[in-house]
Structures are given as structure tokens and as C-alpha cells.
Ligand binder design. Sequence first.
Ligand SMILES: Nc1ncnc2c1ncn2[C@@H]1O[C@H](COP(=O)(O)OP(=O)(O)O)[C@@H](O)[C@H]1O
Ligand SMILES: [Mg+2]
Length: 265
Amino acid sequence: MSDYLVQFNNISKFFGKVIALKDVTMRLKKGEIMCLLGDNGAGKSTLIKTLAGVHKPDEGEIIFEDNKIVFDSPKDALDIGIGTVYQDLALVPLMSVTRNFFMGREPQKGIPFLKTFDVEKANKIAADRMGQIGIDVRDPSQAVGTMSGGERQCLAISRAIYFGAKVLVLDEPTSALGVHQASMVLKYIVKAASEGLAVILITHNVHHAYPVGNSFTVLNRGKSMGTFQKKDISREKLLSMMAGGEELDKLEVELQEMDRIHNKN
Ligand SMILES: Nc1ncnc2c1ncn2[C@@H]1O[C@H](COP(=O)(O)OP(=O)(O)O)[C@@H](O)[C@H]1O
Ligand SMILES: [Mg+2]
């Protein structure tokens, strides 16, 4: 048995002439939060879609619990315990909290062939699960659209965990949130990892990633700049790698120049 729950080994993905990923290797362990960092277009979404069974890699292999896996569909990935929460969350705002939690997988009651959706049980599970993360859903039949952005994100994560995720893949879970809401979501992610989940947290916000991540993989134009343990890398170094260092250094100089001019006046 290797130490790793999931391994991406030398993954490449091409869309026609576009090289979305080239020779990317990334590995993670149980209980680990790995942050996948990179600017827009770096290949982050493409990478996690290969793990979620949406795209087939053109090169390389994915190893899950020591077995090489090939997914024919996103359902295959879900079935082995890879839970992905996409940027749009796949929630239906006008449907209830409970309906969104179960999405067609509601508990049933009754005798065979006359089964009905067990509303009370479903409501209780949804409210309990949200309560465990400190979100008080007094009325689980309320529309999801009435929840805050952070609460909705937590609901989508909670749903993935409830349905058996071992690896939780989160695509920019904090990008649309303010500081308070983002910290609520980040705290929940840390809690989930402490209970043994492996988390891939995708973000272009180093300030959100750094406090919660154990390791960091930086993508730049489809290539991995490497994976770093937190003790081996600073927040500033990560920032500069993401943006392709030089540009940021230039920006820094320009900002200092502006400051200088400003202070003179
Ligand atoms: N389905 C697709 N067809 C063609 N090109 C794509 C497709 N998906 C992504 N790309 C291209 O692959 C590159 C990486 O995109 P993406 O993985 O979405 O980056 P990120 O999530 O880091 O912003 C971009 O150049 C993007 O235009
Ligand atoms: Mg993306």
C-alpha cells in the first residue's frame, strides 16, 4: 500500500491544439488539504474534471487506492468516492434545502412498488447535517435561494460527504464570497479533512489557501510548477509562482513608484 489515496501521474490533456495540461503529477493522502493554485486558464478545472470522470486524460494515469482507474463517466468517479463540488454548485435556488440535499436520492418509505419520498426523514437528515456545521436551518423546506452564499457552498460540500466522498474536490469554493462567508466555508473544509477526507481545494486566492492548506500544487499554463509542503514555501513565493514571477515583480516596482509619486504630492 502506498501512502497516497490519489495519484495523478504525468497527466496531459489536449483540446485540439490547446495544451490544457502537460505532464502534471499530483498526489494526496487521507486527511490532507492540497491546494491547487493557478491563474485563470492555468488548467485547474481541466485537471479536476479528469479526476471527476468528465474528461479522459490523453496521457498519464490516475491511481486511486493503489488501483489504476479509467472512468467512463462522472458516475464512475462518484461511485468510488470522488465527490466534486463545481463552481456553479449544481443547486436549484427555487427548490428546498432538503430537495437540494438529496437531488433525487431521497430516502423512501412504504412497501415495495408503493414507495414514497420520506419527507420527514429527509428534512431531518438535511437539517441535522447542516446543524453539525453550525448552520441553523429552521425550516428545511425553505428554498435554497434564501441561504447565503457560504451556506449554499457548505450545503453542496455536506451533500458530497453524506453521499460517500473520500476525496472532496472543490472548485473555487470561496471565489464569490466575502471574508466572513469564506471563512465559514474554509473552517468546514478543515473540519472535513480532520475527519479523514482528502481535499483538493482549487483557488486562485492564495490568502484563502495558505492558512488551510497542508500542501500546494501550482499550475502555470498547463504545467505543474511543483508540489510544496507548507513548511517549505511562503505565501509570497506561491503568489509569485502563480503569476509567473516576473510580472508580479514588475507590478511591485510600479506600485512603489506610484507610492513615491503620491507621497511627494
Ligand atoms: N472543453 C474545452 N475545449 C477547449 N478548450 C478548453 C476546454 N476546457 C478548457 N479549455 C482550455 O484549456 C485551458 C485551461 O482551462 P481551465 O482548465 O478551465 O483553466 P482554469 O480552471 O485554471 O481557469 C484554457 O486555455 C481553456 O481555454
Ligand atoms: Mg476553472
